[in-house]
Design a protein around this ligand. Sequence first.
Ligand SMILES: *[C@@H]1O[C@H](CO)[C@@H](O)[C@H](O)[C@H]1NC(C)=O
Ligand SMILES: *[C@@H]1O[C@H](CO)[C@@H](O)[C@H](O)[C@H]1NC(C)=O
Ligand SMILES: *[C@@H]1O[C@H](CO)[C@@H](O)[C@H](O)[C@H]1NC(C)=O
Ligand SMILES: *[C@@H]1O[C@H](CO)[C@@H](O)[C@H](O)[C@H]1NC(C)=O
Ligand SMILES: *[C@@H]1O[C@H](CO)[C@@H](O)[C@H](O)[C@H]1NC(C)=O
Ligand SMILES: *[C@@H]1O[C@H](CO)[C@@H](O)[C@H](O)[C@H]1NC(C)=O
Ligand SMILES: *[C@@H]1O[C@H](CO)[C@@H](O)[C@H](O)[C@H]1NC(C)=O
Ligand SMILES: *[C@@H]1O[C@H](CO)[C@@H](O)[C@H](O)[C@H]1NC(C)=O
Ligand SMILES: *[C@@H]1O[C@H](CO)[C@@H](O)[C@H](O)[C@H]1NC(C)=O
Ligand SMILES: *[C@@H]1O[C@H](CO)[C@@H](O)[C@H](O)[C@H]1NC(C)=O
Ligand SMILES: *[C@@H]1O[C@H](CO)[C@@H](O)[C@H](O)[C@H]1NC(C)=O
Length: 865
Amino acid sequence: MSPESISGQYPFFLLLIFLIIIAPSSSQSDPRQILLKISTDLGDSSLPVFSTWNENNPVCNFTGIVCNGQNSVKEINLSQQQLAGTIDFDSICSLGSLEKISLGSNLLHGTISSHLSKCTHLQYLDLGYNLFSGEFPEISSLTHLQFLNLNLSGFSGPFPWQSLQSLNNLTYLSLGDNPFEMNPFPLEILKLGKLQTLYLTNSTIQGTIPEEIGNLRLLQSLELSGNYLVGTIPKAITKLTNLQELELYDNELTGTFPVGFGNLVMLAKLDVSNNSLEGDLSELRNLTRLESLQLFENKFSGEIPVEFGEFKFLKQFSIYDNKFTGELPAKIGSWADFEYIDVSENFLTGSIPPDMCKNGKMFDILMLQNTFTGGLPETYANCSSLSRLRVNNNSLSGRVPDGIWSLPSMKLIDLTMNQFEGQVTPNIGEAKSLQQLFIANNRFSGELPEEISEVSSLVEMELMSNQFTGQIPARIGDLKKLNSLHLEGNFFSGAIPESLGSCVSLSDLNLAGNSFSGQIPASLGSLPSLNSLNLSGNKLSGVIPASLSSLKLSLIDFSNNMLIGRVPESLLAEAYNNSFAGNPGLCAEGRRDLRRCSPISHKSSDLNVAKYCFIAGALVLVLSLACFLFVKSRRKDRKNLTDRGFSWDMKQFHVISINEGEILRSLKQENLIGQGGSGNVYKVELGCGKKLAVKHMWKSGIDSGDRKSYPSGETILPKRKIRWPEYDAEVATLSSIRHVNVVKLYCSITSEDSNLLVYEYMPNGSLWDRLHTYQKVEMNWDVRYEIAIGAAKGLEYLHHGCDRPVIHRDVKSSNILLDEEMKPKIADFGLAKIVQTNKVMDSTHIIAGTHGYIAPGKSLIFISR
Ligand SMILES: *[C@@H]1O[C@H](CO)[C@@H](O)[C@H](O)[C@H]1NC(C)=O
Ligand SMILES: *[C@@H]1O[C@H](CO)[C@@H](O)[C@H](O)[C@H]1NC(C)=O
Ligand SMILES: *[C@@H]1O[C@H](CO)[C@@H](O)[C@H](O)[C@H]1NC(C)=O
Ligand SMILES: *[C@@H]1O[C@H](CO)[C@@H](O)[C@H](O)[C@H]1NC(C)=O
Ligand SMILES: *[C@@H]1O[C@H](CO)[C@@H](O)[C@H](O)[C@H]1NC(C)=O
Ligand SMILES: *[C@@H]1O[C@H](CO)[C@@H](O)[C@H](O)[C@H]1NC(C)=O
Ligand SMILES: *[C@@H]1O[C@H](CO)[C@@H](O)[C@H](O)[C@H]1NC(C)=O
Ligand SMILES: *[C@@H]1O[C@H](CO)[C@@H](O)[C@H](O)[C@H]1NC(C)=O
Ligand SMILES: *[C@@H]1O[C@H](CO)[C@@H](O)[C@H](O)[C@H]1NC(C)=O
Ligand SMILES: *[C@@H]1O[C@H](CO)[C@@H](O)[C@H](O)[C@H]1NC(C)=O
Ligand SMILES: *[C@@H]1O[C@H](CO)[C@@H](O)[C@H](O)[C@H]1NC(C)=O
């Protein structure tokens, strides 16, 4: 060994000796101790993932740990492990070789300390989908970082944009869905020349998209949706020829697609929906690789380029609510696994393209409100994947291909307002999924097939204003889910079948304007949730069955029939003045519109009365007709949330003209008026000016972030964990209650994923707010006294006035809401219990076992803005 070589190794020997000396005292940097501490910080060290993290197992064998060749910890991967603790980067970063930290999709909380900047070897950092708080620290020392994901992780305040300047190795940057401080487009990003993915959705960015975006030549995915971006789509975007995905939806962009947009030939997903873009689509003609094209809610115009008919990969196509004209390319959707089309609310003409279900994957055909002509193509008669077919308000005609009625996946058939003719064929009995059958305002004729009673999934049937004849099928009672049955304005005849009384879910029944004869079946009195009963304008005779007294109706119309005898007392209470008009044989005490009952009142031979009633009846008919037309014309069946992947089941408890679509469309942030343990509350103003409060409750399981897994346009609401029984309790309780001091539940709308409760709107919010918050108001003792008395009356009714007593179990000032006159109404029956009076012992047991009284706290509130 030469002297030089020894002296060359001298520093190495020194280092070795130094290491040997300090090693025993360095237990603090012992990876095992560090990791064991991390496991306690990160939550419960008894979580399954930590079962291998113990004294006996080699560190490199711990679940989620990967070591490098020198047995040093290189990666910590604990994503999706239900971790619920905090992260101490001071200890994590003392693992000097750490290159990869993956803690996404957990429930981690707390702040991230500036010690993170000590992890200088980090290449990969994923903290997405967590519940952190505070500002994200400065990280300019992490110069090796290639992957940074912080999406939906709770960081707020300003983001350290300037740190990005030194992170020029980044290829993946995802900061979206965090409530950062309002910020213009961060220019620091525009220097990250290696970026392939940029996700800045919903991160409070305002202003224009800078032209320098064109510098990011390697970008494959650019997502800037849900911000406050204005101005045009920059011309420079046409330089990003590697783009496969471009998401700009939910902004305020204007102008047209820039010239040269057709250069982006790799684009597979393009979503610019909900902006104010205009112009035609000629720039998109060459984008032959498009799989998903979402242009809805803009101001685009012109014709759909014929080239779209040749796009071989197109699966989703949604352009609703624009001003497109002309015809759809005949071959559109005939190549790939086309699954979704929504061209509603345009000015499109021509016929329905025939081959959209060629590959058997089509599930939604939504073509509402256009001027399509011709028939429904025969090709859809075997489209077994089809779930919703909505073509309402077009000029379609002809017979509906028989097979359409029996498609196995079909949930919603909506052919309303066209000129279809022919019959509903008996094979409809095979439609095992059908929930909603809307074929009103057409020219359908013939009898309703008996087999319709076999469609046990049916919830709503609207067949009004057609030319149906014959009787209601005798087995209609088999439809246990049927909630709403509209047959008005047809030529039905015969008796109303007794079995209708077995449709236990029925809440809305309208048989008006037909030729039904015979007696009103007594069985209708046993329908537990019947709320609206309209039998007007038929040839019904006999007396009104006493059994109907037990119904709690909010609309009743028996006018213009041939009914006789005494109107049951309780029906009079709920009735409108005209509910019984045009039945000369009916009588009641103390009503101007009805004859007094004489002891022998059953056959009226009083000609004057008959004449009077006839005139009154005719008048009512004219008025009702006008009213009917008015209501119809208001009923705008747009496409909406209902059309985006869920189907909804609506149960109405009070009569009010509600269109579920109108409600669903209003569930947006700007209408949010309250948030509580069991859901969000929105204020909804209907087209008719009526205001409602809608409580949206989630079943857990809807993923909040990944909007793309749904047909676009659908608002995916964040998941919450709620105790589902609260919903059932609320519906069960409120649907059966009518009292001035109890908030009125108009209807419930349920789908597989969430539930809506529609209440009357209480403009003055909760008593708690009026007393305690910044919205508090001066309340003199008279007002307070009236509120106390009103609330007491509401409770008194709940305990003693209902058929079965209701115990609210959560009475507190935030659950007492105030109407415009400061009259109180009791709300939030999520914890209520209905007492089974016949089982007193049981019920007291139930109540004693739970919280009879829950101390005041802020729960669901209806605040007025
Ligand atoms: C590593 O862990 C597995 C169980 O996860 C165990 O079977 C194996 O023996 C361990 N290896 C060592 C070297 O301890
Ligand atoms: C983390 O581990 C999971 C499960 O083993 C794996 O699917 C995932 O790809 C890993 N993530 C990273 C970033 O290595
Ligand atoms: C958001 O973070 C989660 C959890 O790490 C991840 O699964 C998802 O892909 C991220 N989304 C984006 C757009 O980065
Ligand atoms: C990251 O960038 C630096 C220069 O800023 C460079 O020296 C280094 O090689 C790059 N690559 C990696 C993987 O760190
Ligand atoms: C937008 O981000 C916020 C957090 O800032 C999050 O709560 C919300 O769910 C996000 N919205 C969407 C539509 O993802
Ligand atoms: C449309 O985008 C705006 C933001 O520009 C957002 O507030 C609104 O909720 C979006 N509308 C729909 C229907 O998503
Ligand atoms: C589409 O491609 C053709 C041929 O490649 C080209 O001539 C035309 O200019 C392109 N159109 C657009 C709008 O990019
Ligand atoms: C429908 O039937 C036609 C002709 O028999 C066939 O070509 C087509 O593939 C079928 N479609 C589906 C979705 O089954
Ligand atoms: C019924 O008529 C009476 C007298 O004509 C009127 O005072 C009352 O307001 C009417 N009620 C309804 C519900 O229309
Ligand atoms: C009953 O139905 C008929 C026909 O649709 C309608 O004209 C009338 O207004 C309805 N009655 C009430 C009280 O709404
Ligand atoms: C039917 O569509 C036309 C436009 O085509 C629209 O003006 C009208 O309001 C729609 N009617 C209903 C009831 O939706």
